[in-house]
Design a protein around this ligand. Structure first.
Ligand SMILES: [Fe+2]
Length: 615
């Protein structure tokens, strides 16, 4: 029978135990070995850490939490060393300024249940640069974050390395157009299972669908958000033939730096506190229109002409890539604008061993091809909007010009003439919009839309139509000749969601490897793009089949090509069952492409194409 003395002893022991637990929880960083630290609870991070912007002696580590916290740190050790690690660096933290959710979000989160409108979602980003690294040496690392109240918690251990040296074996995954599409998690899981660890990822745009919707990046409840797919933490049910198989993605970017390019899905349109996020995504208008609008009203809200306020207003009333730019740490470019010195990461170049990578900002708003008066499309304004220019879409306008008079083009000509570019063994250019493709999105040409105003006899507007003069195609007329004359080996891109490749007479390879999560088909032989006919009144003759910029596709080199329903061989891959990825292997300079048949989950991945950058 328990006595009063026993009870007192018991309570005393409990108090000591609770005090010990409390002391352990209040333990200052990072004195205790990991074995005494609280268990890893990575669910308290919004992402695992991932790598960015390596130099020959350093690399940046980035991660996200849903709280501001304190004392965020990166720890790293010597090769093969288990934690606790001997080196550490404090991270800097900042909130994402535009991360939001709305009723269209797929999110199991108590703070965002039953949303009726668009609301901000607090998310903090932490980053630190790990310095003093040795090229060719991979080291273990982990990160820790500490909530305002509570104990620190620690990520699992991953590995980091600086940029490679020339000649070092190094492999780059070429991928794009993830967009929470059905096959993305399976694709990235097969990358990890087939290739093991890659050393870098080049991602040619369209990472998510609506970039200000936080859950698409971090925790979409369908199980296939951007970071989980690239970190092996997805849980996506893929239905094939009545059977469901779950895919987790691949543990890739915890160990390998990610180099993205801006796609049309990284750009938000006009900002609003209240409109649904997809509405905002679909409502960009050209900067020139926003500037005109600003100048007509500036004396009302900016009478002193404050320059920062002017710039913000124009951006908020046209388009922005703020969330993309806040999420990633990328090489910085000095914009060659003598009037306004500015750094940007929207286009950049960097050296990775014997590769010079140039990433461009070449994309435009995507608008529907239907030519109906009720559709705000690429070829016309909506009839209901004709009297209200504030509602116009302005066709498929370009976000950042690559015409010869543009700052981006001027920077590119400097870059292509630089010693870093000229001396690189391999020259790779990445952009989102396709220079050559059998896919849909190469039509109409990549030009500023030229408006045609149809008026009645009294001057009233009856229609606004947009033409895209082939002779003004910025990619075909200016960019391709510039890149080929500079000896670019590989131009890599996405946007049309298929795999196809081309080789120009001068030897430049063109590769689109965007049949990752889904496909919208290819336009070859009897398949025709929906282009306007002569009844549209356009002087343009948009190409309905094949590559409008004049190259023939190169069929897969290793296995028999896919066949159409008539048994004809197809020089491309455009499938919602097969998912494709490509790998650049260095120092060999070989690009290999693989597909996985999601209808046969147990089947082996098939290497179906291979070419040499100098072949
Ligand atoms: Fe796209």
């Amino acid at each position: 029978m328990m006595t009063r003395h026993d009870l007192t002893l018991g309570i005393g022991a409990l108090v000591i135990l609770l005090t010990l637990i409390l002391l352990i929880r209040l333990e200052p960083l990072p004195s205790a070995p990991l074995a005494e630290r609280p268990a890893v609870m990575s669910s308290q991070f919004l992402t695992d850490p991932f790598l960015q912007d390596p130099t020959p002696t350093s690399v940046v580590v980035v991660w996200f939490t849903e709280f501001e916290g304190q004392g965020h740190r990166v720890y790293w050790g010597e090769p093969g060393q288990p934690p606790p690690f001997s080196h550490q660096v404090m991270a800097t933290s900042r909130p994402l300024s535009r991360s939001r959710e709305d009723p269209d979000s797929h999110l199991n989160h108590p703070d965002f249940a039953d949303l009726t409108g668009t609301v901000p979602r607090p998310i903090w980003r932490h980053q630190a640069r790990v310095e003093g690294l040795t090229p060719g040496q991979r080291l273990p690392y982990q990160v820790s974050s500490t909530p305002r109240q509570g104990a620190p918690f620690y990520s699992p251990v991953f590995s980091l390395a600086p940029a490679p040296q020339a000649g070092q074996p190094w492999r780059v995954l070429l991928t794009s157009d993830h967009q929470t599409m059905p096959m993305t998690a399976a694709n990235l899981q097969k990358v990890e299972e087939t290739l093991g660890r890659v050393d870098a990822l080049f991602l040619a745009g369209d990472l998510v669908n609506v970039p200000d919707r936080a859950s698409e990046w971090f925790d979409d409840s369908r199980g296939n958000a951007f970071f989980p797919c690239l970190q092996g933490r997805a849980h996506y049910p893929l239905d094939r033939g009545g059977r469901t198989r779950y895919y987790r993605g691949g543990e890739l970017i915890q160990h390998a730096p990610l180099f993205p390019a801006l796609g049309n899905h990284e750009v938000m349109g006009r900002f609003s506190y209240t409109a649904l996020l997809k509405e905002q995504f679909n409502s960009p208008r050209p900067r020139s229109v926003a500037i005109q609008d600003y100048e007509a009203r500036a004396n009302l809200f900016n009478p002193s002409g404050d320059d920062a306020l002017r710039r913000r207003w124009i951006i908020d009333n046209s388009f922005n890539s703020d969330t993309y730019e806040e999420i990633f740490t990328l090489p910085q470019t000095a914009v060659p604008n003598p009037d306004r010195p500015e750094q940007t990461s929207r286009y950049y170049a960097t050296t990775l061993g014997e590769v010079r990578l140039v990433s461009l900002y070449v994309t435009q708003i995507w608008r529907p091809y239907q030519r109906q008066a009720t559709v705000q499309g690429r070829y016309q304004e909506r009839e209901a909007d004709l009297a209200t220019p504030a509602n116009w879409g302005y066709g498929q306008h370009i976000f950042e010009s690559i015409a010869p008079d543009s700052l981006q083009y001027q920077w590119l000509t400097q870059e292509l003439a630089s010693p870093a570019f000229r001396q690189a063994r391999y020259r790779v250019v990445m952009l989102h919009h396709p220079p050559h493709t059998l896919g849909d999105n190469i039509v109409p040409p990549f030009t500023d839309p030229v408006p045609r105003y149809d008026r009645d006899g009294e001057g009233r507007l009856r229609g606004v139509y947009y033409d895209y003069p082939i002779a003004q195609d910025q990619i075909a007329q200016h960019l391709i000749p510039l890149l080929e004359s500079a000896g670019v080996d590989l131009v890599f891109y996405g946007h049309s969601h298929l795999w196809n490749r081309f080789r120009s007479p001068s030897g430049t390879h063109y590769l689109e490897t965007s049949n990752v999560g889904n496909s919208y088909g290819a336009f070859w032989r009897d398949q025709t793009r929906p282009v306007p006919g002569p009844d549209h009144g356009t002087p343009q003759d948009y190409l309905a089949q094949g590559d409008p910029n004049g190259l023939e596709p190169v069929p897969p080199s290793l296995v028999a090509p896919q066949r159409d329903s008539q048994g004809q061989p197809l020089p491309y891959l455009a499938s919602n069952d097969l998912t494709a990825f490509s790998l650049l292997s260095l120092p060999e300079g070989v690009v290999s492409s693989y597909y996985f048949d999601t209808r046969q989950p147990q089947s082996a991945v098939v290497k179906f194409d291979e070419f040499h950058l100098r072949g």
